[in-house]
Design a protein around this ligand. Structure first.
Ligand SMILES: Nc1ncnc2c1ncn2[C@@H]1O[C@H](COP(=O)(O)OP(=O)(O)OP(=O)(O)O)[C@@H](O)[C@H]1O
Ligand SMILES: [Mg+2]
Length: 254
């Protein structure tokens, strides 16, 4: 079925160049036959079944589906937050099946994560939270990290709030800090799990439109899980899951 993927000799795609979603290539996310189960013995239950999915360079893919269909599980496998069981997942060129922990840690450092709850540290200011993402990146002094964090916060419209603690920000502003934190280290991929779930309609749309615009400008691909029909317009492609399988893929714009 995927004989065309057999060879390993395809030249790498230039970064930031979108390809058609269905094309075979060396995209940032290439999943083949992902099957995953929680539990042991009689309690073992498959929650992902033979999932194939790719995200092309620069592409914005939304993953939808009913509660319990396996969306978060799939995202955590792609983000190397959980060990693989079956199939192949090549993410930013790293094969995750059989990968060592050190390889998974290195990959996680190249991914920008955004979760439903912003996960900001309450005792750090907005700027310090964003600067933390740069600590893994050698060669940047603290002053440079803080300066870059402030620039990123300005880009998400929070120039006047850089020194505030998360508790002093609105939900939408906190999620914009989370967007800045995910983007500041120039990740090769953004993974987002229901980033608008805790927000009202207007702030939810503001946050994802901002995320889309910033990612587009840098050619950063996004895989975003959502239940929220109001943000489907940011997608290049919408992928629907049900009961651990992908049931539909739809190009979302001309
Ligand atoms: N740590 C876990 N241990 C056991 N079962 C789990 C675990 N996490 C999730 N599950 C089960 O796996 C299935 C898929 O869960 P998952 O969180 O991936 O779904 P989801 O599509 O993200 O749902 P939602 O839209 O509610 O977030 C569900 O039946 C869930 O109960
Ligand atoms: Mg989920």
């Amino acid at each position: 079925m995927d004989a065309a993927m057999g060879g390993n000799s395809a030249p790498p795609m230039p970064p930031g160049r979108p390809q058609p979603g269905g094309a075979v290539g060396d995209g940032p996310v290439e999943l083949r036959g992902i099957t995953f189960a929680y539990g042991e013995g009689e309690l073992r239950r498959a929650v992902l079944r033979d999932v194939d999915l790719r995200v092309a360079a620069g592409e914005i893919v939304l993953l939808t589906g009913p509660s319990g269909s396996g969306k978060t599980t799939l995202l955590t496998l792609i983000g190397a937050l959980r060990g693989m069981q079956e199939g192949s997942a090549r993410v930013l060129g790293q094969e995750l099946m059989g990968a060592r922990e050190s390889q998974r840690v290195a990959l996680r450092g190249r991914i920008g994560f955004i979760f439903q709850s912003h996960n900001l540290l309450g005792f750090l200011t907005a700027r310090q939270n964003v600067a933390m993402s740069l600590e893994l990146h050698a060669g940047l002094e603290e002053a440079a990290r803080l300066a870059r964090a402030a620039e990123m916060l300005a880009a998400v419209g929070l120039a006047d709030h850089v020194d505030k603690l998360p508790a002093k920000l609105s939900g939408g502003q906190r999620q914009r800090v989370a967007v800045a934190r995910a983007l500041v280290a120039e990740p090769g991929l953004i993974l987002a799990d229901e980033p608008t779930a805790a927000l009202d309609r207007v702030s939810g749309q503001e946050v994802v439109h901002m995320l889309r615009d910033l990612a587009r400008r840098r050619g950063t691909p996004i895989l975003l899980v959502t239940h929220d029909p109001r943000i489907l317009d940011i997608a290049d492609r919408i992928v629907a899951m049900e009961d651990g399988r992908i049931i539909e893929m739809q190009e979302a714009r001309a």
